[in-house]
Design a protein around this ligand. Structure first.
Ligand code: GTP
Ligand code: MG
Length: 371
């Protein structure tokens, strides 16, 4: 009886594992408490020295997946190092404590949760990254005042490194575009806002007869809305996945956007959407603005006014595209728009976009350049 239960449970967990798409990033951040050891107490009367407290070190391991972090830290997500040994009459030199070494996946970024300062970018496998320093023991040099070990709360972030990241308001058709490029990928598409809740990756094999085969990784992100920097909608924290992207597709509904059919919700034209997205990205990290952006005017099959669409696309190709926006929608530093293309992702009309991606793939993978 017990055995059959066990069997049933293991079959269930395997089924869950198979169903789970490993390219969907359910979690992209963990918070951990880190406490290094205090220095040992010195003994001034006998000139005794306290030992150094242990530090907390992160060690990137190539074998580790991001979801395995809880195994390194334990469920309570705490890493503590021991205090240095205090000096005693019978042992005047207290021993230093060992460091606590915590394995983390390669590539994670460790950020101080309280002030947002980057502590370590754990890029090099098996390199030791100091996260919290143990305190010095008490000794003559410091007037026998032993130091406390550092104690802090850190965010451990994983950031995607996609070739192409898709950015846009909800419902613009980002996921539909991913599905059009990679039909085998199972992507949730729906007509309500925030259908995509977690970043997900798909791989587009953009081969064409006569071309060298190549692959571009695409990151489909949740939608950004006006005021996301004030934590509206799903906020902006997922914009960290744009920081390592090679290029960004700005997917815009050519008919504009309104979050709800409500008088309190402003209707925004396609150009206004781009201005607002620009402002949100600018407020998050203006370094992202200097990446190459390609504007994708989507849903052209149901475009209400083709003339307006063409004039907006013309405007976007010029460097003064933001000048016609009202001052409250105008960004200070503009996106580096390198191309503007129209698509109808739903009906699969994306050939022009494919050509652009194909051309640009050679810039991303210089080795793939076709002579
Ligand atoms: N007519 C038309 N509808 C489209 C097109 N592309 C997407 N849609 C529809 O627009 C709706 C939203 O599409 P999604 O791909 O889920 O949009 P999204 O940008 O991923 O939205 P979020 O995940 O909420 O950010 C769906 O009902 C799609 O069928 C298009 O080119 N033409
Ligand atoms: Mg989506």
């Amino acid at each position: 009886m017990r055995f059959s239960h066990l069997l049933k449970d293991s079959v269930k967990s395997i089924q869950l594992l198979i169903k789970h798409d490993l390219n969907i990033l359910d979690r992209d951040k963990f918070i951990a408490k880190i406490r290094a050891g205090n220095g040992g107490v010195g003994l001034s009367r006998y000139n005794g020295c306290g030992g150094r407290g242990g530090s907390v070190i992160f060690l990137p391991s190539p074998k580790m997946a991001f979801s395995h972090i809880t195994k390194s830290f334990g469920k309570s997500m705490i890493a503590v190092a021991r205090c240095g040994e205090s000096a005693m009459k019978t042992k005047l030199i207290g021993s230093d404590s060992h460091d606590t070494v915590v394995e983390v996946p390669v590539g994670v970024e460790v950020v101080n949760e309280d002030n947002g300062v980057l502590i370590a970018r754990c890029d090099r496998p098996f390199h030791r990254y100091l996260v919290a320093k143990g305190g010095e023991g008490g000794r003559r040099e410091n007037n026998f005042r032993h130091e406390k070990g550092e104690s802090l709360r850190v965010g451990i972030h994983v950031k995607l490194r996609p070739n192409v990241a898709l950015l846009g308001f909800p419902n613009a058709g980002k996921s539909t575009l991913v599905k059009a490029l990679v039909p085998t990928k199972s992507v949730k598409i729906a007509s309500y806002a925030f259908t995509t809740r977690h970043p997900q990756i798909a791989f587009w094999n953009g081969e064409k007869e006569g071309d060298e085969p190549f692959t571009l990784s695409l990151a489909d992100l949740p939608g950004v809305i006006e005021g996301a920097s004030r934590n509206r909608g799903k906020g902006l924290s997922f914009l960290k996945h744009l920081q390592y992207a090679d290029m960004i597709l700005l997917v815009v509904d050519c008919n504009g956007f309104q979050l709800k059919n409500d008088l309190n919700e402003e209707y925004r034209t396609a150009l206004e959407c781009i201005g607002l997205l620009n402002k949100e990205v600018e407020s998050y990290d203006d370094n992202i603005l200097s990446k190459p952006f390609i504007v994708v005017m989507n849903k052209t099959d149901i475009c209400k006014d083709k003339k307006i669409l063409q004039s907006v696309m013309g405007q976007l190709r010029s460097s003064s595209w933001a000048d016609k926006l009202s001052p409250s929608l105008r960004p200070n530093k503009k996106f580096r728009i390198e191309d503007v293309v129209e698509t109808s992702a739903k009906s699969g009309k994306i050939d022009e976009l494919k050509t652009i991606l194909r051309e640009r793939s050679h810039l991303i993978h210089p080795n793939n350049r076709i002579e």
